[in-house]
Write a protein that binds this ligand. Structure first.
Ligand code: ATP
Length: 365
């Protein structure tokens, strides 16, 4: 087995607890990982004067693979979001979020097995915004009027929604290639092309073009985002690989997580041509931080995705298998899962859950 050096960014909030738990589980999985610690987030801003130091970006570039806990962006640091800045700087254009049922996790369904592929670089998330009352906002309002593009109230703040052919083709191609590689049968593109003709309309048009290259190998269909949400709630098993522009993908990720048991178990990855940064879907959850209450499963399953990426398939399999065992047994589950399962059984903390997981892994064949 080969040794891998991975950058670990614990982040802040519950990230400190979930990252420590993840490290213990990875060590027990048999994978040989050397962690190179790097800082980001709110505590780092206090210590280093920035929530995303240059050294952290360099550490990810050096090792090419990183795993990070959630990072809170302190107000007034010049960053809209540390997470968005990291994704942009490293050109991590894919946000990959597998969503699957785990028996005992409190999901509304037991047959969910889909993959969210979210575009990570543009759309309303790109941060192109004009503040209400600013000169730029009023110039833009005047420009829209001049162009006969529609009346915007003079007291409006404005966010721009850019969707490009380049980014759309890249993300849709990634979704299809992922489907081919993982034996998935269908890609669904989600949009609101009937209303936003030039942005979502472009997304749909380009998705259809890319789909033609995969005809006969992977099926393709599309769903308007509101219908997609309703269909997800009625029967999520109908979806396989689902590709989204940035904002819909963000919202759909939480919706999908909710259907299988919540944010505590939802893993993810941000992937580009050169680098990959693995991270749970959830944020820093300041309400429970530092209390040993967080569910580390999402970060642990993100680590399993990381191990797949590194070619450590057996270690990844053991982690996933142990997670399934602990949830199916139902003895040692965290408070979020007790709540999702409407169970009165006592909850365990992050540490005790991790102990149970490691013990279960030790008993696997
Ligand atoms: P962000 O904007 O960064 O996504 P957020 O404030 O919208 O963050 P989260 O921090 O992701 O939301 O979580 C919302 C709530 O869900 C938390 O306050 C917490 O109660 C619960 N939660 C999230 N992650 C976990 C977890 N791993 N374990 C237990 N509870 C969690």
């Amino acid at each position: 087995m080969s040794r891998h050096v991975v950058t670990l960014i614990p982040g802040d909030g519950i990230g400190l607890e979930t990252s420590a738990a993840m490290q213990r589980v990875v060590a027990a999985s048999g994978a040989d990982i050397e962690w190179e610690l790097a800082k980001a987030g709110a505590a780092c801003a206090e210590e280093c004067g920035t929530p995303l130091p240059f050294a952290t970006i360099e550490a990810v570039k050096r090792n090419k693979v990183a795993i990070k806990g959630p990072c809170t962006t302190p107000v007034g640091t010049g960053f809209r979001s540390v997470n968005v800045a990291l994704r942009k700087t490293l050109d991590l254009y894919v946000c990959l979020r597998p969503v699957f049922s785990i028996e005992g996790a409190g999901g509304r369904y037991n047959d969910v097995d889909l993959v969210i592929v979210r575009e990570n670089s543009e759309d309303l998330y790109a941060g192109v915004e004009f503040e209400e009352g600013s000169q730029a906002a009023s110039d833009l309002i005047a420009f829209c009027k001049e162009q006969d593009a529609g009346a915007i109230r003079s007291d409006s703040g404005i966010s721009i929604k850019p969707i490009s052919i380049t980014a759309t083709r890249n993300i849709v191609r990634y979704a299809f290639d992922y489907a081919v590689k993982h034996g998935r049968k269908k890609v669904t593109a989600v949009h609101k092309a009937n209303i936003m003709k030039y942005s979502d309309g472009l997304f749909l048009r380009e998705a259809r073009e890319v789909a033609k290259e995969y005809e006969g190998r992977v099926a393709f269909d599309d769903k308007i985002v509101d219908a997609f949400c309703m269909n997800m709630v009625i029967d999520p098993s109908q979806f396989d690989v689902v590709v989204f522009p940035n904002l819909y993908g963000d919202i759909a990720s939480d919706l999908a997580a909710g259907l299988v048991g919540g944010l505590g178990i939802a893993p993810g990855a941000n992937i580009g041509e050169e680098y990959a940064v693995f991270e749970a879907v959830h944020g820093s959850a300041p309400d429970i931080a530092g209390q040993d209450k967080a569910n580390p499963t999402a970060e642990i399953l993100s680590a399993a995705m990381m191990l797949d990426h590194l070619g450590e398939l057996e270690a990844a399999r053991r982690i996933r298998e142990a997670v399934r065992v602990v949830y199916a047994e139902g003895q040692s589950l965290t408070a979020d899962i007790r709540w999702a399962t409407k169970s009165d059984a006592p909850a365990v903390g992050c540490t005790e859950f991790t102990d149970a997981l490691i013990e279960a892994m030790g008993k696997l064949a």
